[in-house]
Each structure stands twice: as C-alpha cells, then as structure tokens.
Ligand binder design. Structure first.
Ligand code: SDX
Length: 442
C-alpha cells in the first residue's frame, strides 16, 4: 500500500529519513532533522522568490496555471465577470459565499457609508507635488488612514476586522479619485452614495459642473467587470506583502500600504501602465517585428506578457480583450489595440514565447481600455489597487485567523565574511571594492 511519505537517504551520512507528504507538499521544517552531526543546524529549503514554496493554506482563490483556471471561492471567473458585480464579488471573496439579496443590500450600505474620508486627507494630499504619481499618493494615504483609525490595531477582534474591511473597500475609490483630481487641479468631488460602486467612482473622478453625474452604463459596467477580474489572485507579490507585513500584527491599513507599494512595481500591477507606454513607443504595427526582435535578444521585456503561475493564456486577459471592444463602441477605438493584437499574434506563434509559455496576462489589454475611458496612464495601477483591496483584506484576515501562521521571518544562506576584528583607522589599507560593493565613486 503506497504511503504518503518521502524516503530521503542522506548520502553524506547514509542515514534514511521518512518525510510525510500532505497536500502534495512536504513541510520544510521536516528537513531540519537531516544533519551530518548533532551540532549541525539541519537542512533548509532554498527558494529565492518562492517559486516552489507554499506559504499558507487558503480557501479564497484557486488557480490552475496550466489549464488557465481562476476561481474565487470556487466560482469560475468567467461566470462572475458575466453575471456578478464587483461589490457582490467582493462579498464572496471576503465572506466566502454569495450573498442573498438582504445581505447584499446590507453589504452595499455598509460599504457606501464608508466612502467618505476625513477632511484632513485633503490637506495631507495637498503636500504632494502636482506631478506626484498617484500610486505614491495611494501608498502614503492608505498608510495615513492607520492614524485616523487607531482602533484598527485590535486585529483579533472580529467586529474590528469587519469594520476596517468595509472602510478600506469603501475608501479606496475616494482616495484614488482625490489623487486624480489633485493631479488635474480640479476640486474634489464627494461620494454620491446613490450611485453604484463603480458609478460613484466615475462620478468622483469625472464630475465637473453638473449637479449630478450620470455614468455611461456601458463604461460603468466595463469598469465593474475589470474590478471583478482584478479582485484577487491568491499569493501574488502584493498579497504576499499584505500577509507578510500583517504577520507582525500591525493594523490592516499599514499592511495594505505595503501591498499597494508592491503592486506599484512594473513587474506586478505597474505593468498595465508600462504596457501602454510600450505600445505608444512602438507607435505602429509596422514596428512590431523590430520590437519582437529586441525582446528575443533579451534587450527588453514584452510588458503584459508572461506570468509566474499561468503557463497558458491568462483567463482574465481573454475577458479584458472582449470588454475592450465593448468600451470602444462608446469611446471610439483606441488604435493601440491594433499594435497589441499584432504583438500577441506574432508572439503566440514564435518559439521564444511558446517555449517559455509566455502569454498575455491581465495587464496586456487593460491599460488600452483605461486610456480609452479617459484615465491618464499613471492612474492605471491605481485602478488595479482599488479592486484588489478586497483580496488583500481577505488574505490578511485569513492569515490573522490561521493558527499555523506566525510572524514571517525567512532564513538565509550566509555567504559573507567570516568573523574579523575591528582595526584602528590608521592601520587600515584602502578598502578593497568587491564586485558587490557600491561603486567607489560615491
Ligand atoms: C501581475 O502573480 C500574480 O498573480 C500577478 C498578477 C495578479 O493578478 O496579482 O497576475 C498581476 O502582476 C501580472 C504580471 C504583470 N507583469 C508583467 O507583464 C511584466 C512582464 N512580465 C515579466 O516580468 C514576467 O513574466 C513575470 C514577472 C510576470 C513573471 O516572471 P517569472 O515567473 O519570474 O518568470 P521569469 O522571469 O523566470 O521568466 C522565465 C523566462 C525568462 O527567460 P529565460 O531566462 O528562461 O531565457 O521567460 C522570460 C524571462 O526572460 N520572460 C519574458 C517575459 N516574461 C518572462 N521575456 C520577455 N518578456 C516577458 N514579459
């Protein structure tokens, strides 16, 4: 009868060990018993960037990267994008089940009453330069929220976690819209709680002198679908940051600020901004072969392509591409889509990309839509951060409640100097600039 164990023979000692296998995984700590002597620390697993390391058990999102499957709490992303709304999906991600109409209405009210932010946030924001990147503003302002809600530190109190969840989901669009209005030198627009989550966001962004903003229903729905697609994605870089920073038992606003910072990077949520900058630089379909050549020569990345988990087409990218044409029916066609489609066409038949299983990811087409909707390029990662807040706060709460979790503190392989002793300065020679040292021109 097959046993759920690994038998490991340490050829250094000839000793044999039996390691349990659970959920197709071994516990790294079980390697520590493998030693060459009693004084030995024991074996560790080395996994830079955690390419093959599970950090937690989670019930929130399931991804099968080979089959291109993405499910929130078991529901396929395709069904949620077609039939759900972002707020309903956020309830599902946070609570674990789809709401009935009573609970959905209560959830909508509970989020809506938290869309306002403290008036001091405006003064705080005015400290930024006019050209401050809105993600820099978002990182800082979300972190500053922790000073307005000191009670958020009571992370083991369920009602406190529930209140901070509603506050964060409710306030992210307001902070994002304020950052946009600040960059345009426009007055802030207060939330209109009679509108939908995305309708209110569009109102806070784009309302001018009209007494009540009327969102275009096609654009409102398109943004809602995009928010659904971006709501969670298991242990991505920013969610890992949320869990890791949250593991010190800091408040959820400070942990969310860390998650926003991680998302800002061009390899993560910042990619949607970089894709459009890349497409604008390419400028014409005629230049696509030249760009593909540069990518294959290792001179640049094809932004919006590739994924740590998806080794097939990102299921979200398929939906985003469809939404693009629905938006263009209202906004007019964004010509960048022709360059993106040609890049995809060539890449999907070129062995460099096929052999590395590089396909369009969620960021490849989303920026083209945001641009067509009138968002400035720098706002694109902010449009990723808003919906991902429901994922971040759900993983944070799952981490807080998980009895297996404790403060995240990885080990390392030390490759530095052996012990050496301090020497008076007059006895020192010119420091040797090692290859990893900062340049001696400092
Ligand atoms: C998101 O993790 C998530 O779930 C993230 C996300 C979410 O919802 O939270 O899905 C959102 O962040 C999507 C990814 C957005 N980023 C980009 O589009 C930036 C461009 N993509 C790459 O930087 C890259 O594909 C990553 C960062 C997305 C994934 O990197 P990996 O898994 O570390 O892959 P890798 O760098 O080891 O690449 C494997 C090979 C390498 O070539 P070789 O060294 O084997 O010759 O593929 C090459 C890479 O050079 N490669 C690319 C490429 N991505 C990988 N070559 C050209 N263009 C690319 N985009």
């Amino acid at each position: 009868m097959a046993k759920n164990t690994l038998t490991i023979i340490d050829n250094r000692t000839g000793k044999q060990y039996e390691i349990p296998v659970e959920d197709d995984t071994i516990r790294a700590i079980d390697l520590r018993q493998i030693k060459v002597s009693e004084q030995d620390f024991g074996l560790m697993a080395y996994d830079p960037a955690f390419t093959n390391t599970a950090s937690c058990r989670s019930k929130i999102t399931y991804i099968d990267g080979d089959k291109g499957i993405l499910r929130y709490r078991g529901y396929p992303i395709e069904e949620l994008a077609e039939k759900s709304t972002y707020l309903e999906t956020a309830y599902l991600i946070v609570k674990g089940e789809l709401p009935d109409s009573k609970h959905l209405q209560a959830w909508r009210n509970n989020i809506t009453i938290h869309t306002m932010v403290h008036e001091n946030i405006k003064k705080f924001m005015e400290g930024f330069r006019y050209d401050a990147h809105p993600m820099g503003i978002l990182v800082s302002t979300v972190g500053a929220l922790s000073t307005f809600y000191p009670e958020a530190k009571n992370i083991f109190d369920l009602e406190t976690r529930r209140l901070e969840t509603r506050r964060l989901i409710g306030k992210m669009p307001t902070i994002a819209a304020y950052a946009y209005r600040l960059s345009r030198g426009l007055p802030y627009v207060y939330p209109d709680n009679e509108l939908s989550y995305t309708g209110n966001f569009l109102s806070m962004l784009f309302r001018m002198t009209e007494s009540k903003y009327k969102p275009n229903p096609v654009l409102e729905r398109a943004l809602d679908v995009l928010f659904i697609l971006h709501a969670d994605h298991e242990q991505n870089c920013s969610t890992n940051a949320m869990r890791s920073v949250g593991s010190s038992q800091v408040d959820p606003y400070s942990a969310t600020a860390a998650a926003v910072a991680a998302l800002y990077g061009p390899l993560h949520g910042g990619a949607n901004e970089q894709v459009v900058r890349m497409l604008e630089e390419i400028g014409s379909v005629k230049r696509v072969p030249e760009i593909i050549k540069q990518v294959k020569a290792g001179e640049r990345l094809l932004m919006g392509f590739g994924h740590r988990i998806y080794k097939s087409y990102d299921p979200r990218a398929k939906i985003v591409k469809r939404v693009a044409y629905e938006v263009f029916d209202v906004t007019g066609r964004n010509p960048l889509i022709d360059i993106a489609v040609e890049l995809e066409r060539i890449a999907l038949q070129d062995d460099y990309f096929v052999s590395r299983k590089l396909y369009p990811n969620v960021d490849f087409y989303s920026g083209i839509i945001y641009q067509a909707m009138g968002f400035p390029t720098r706002m694109f990662p902010v449009l990723f951060a808003i919906p991902r807040t429901s994922g971040w706060i759900s993983h944070w709460a799952e981490m807080v409640r998980d009895p297996e979790q404790k403060i995240a503190r990885p080990r390392q392989i030390y490759i530095g100097e052996n012990m050496r002793h301090w020497v008076p300065i007059e006895q020192r020679s010119e420091p040797v600039m090692r290859e990893d040292a900062v340049s001696d021109s400092i």
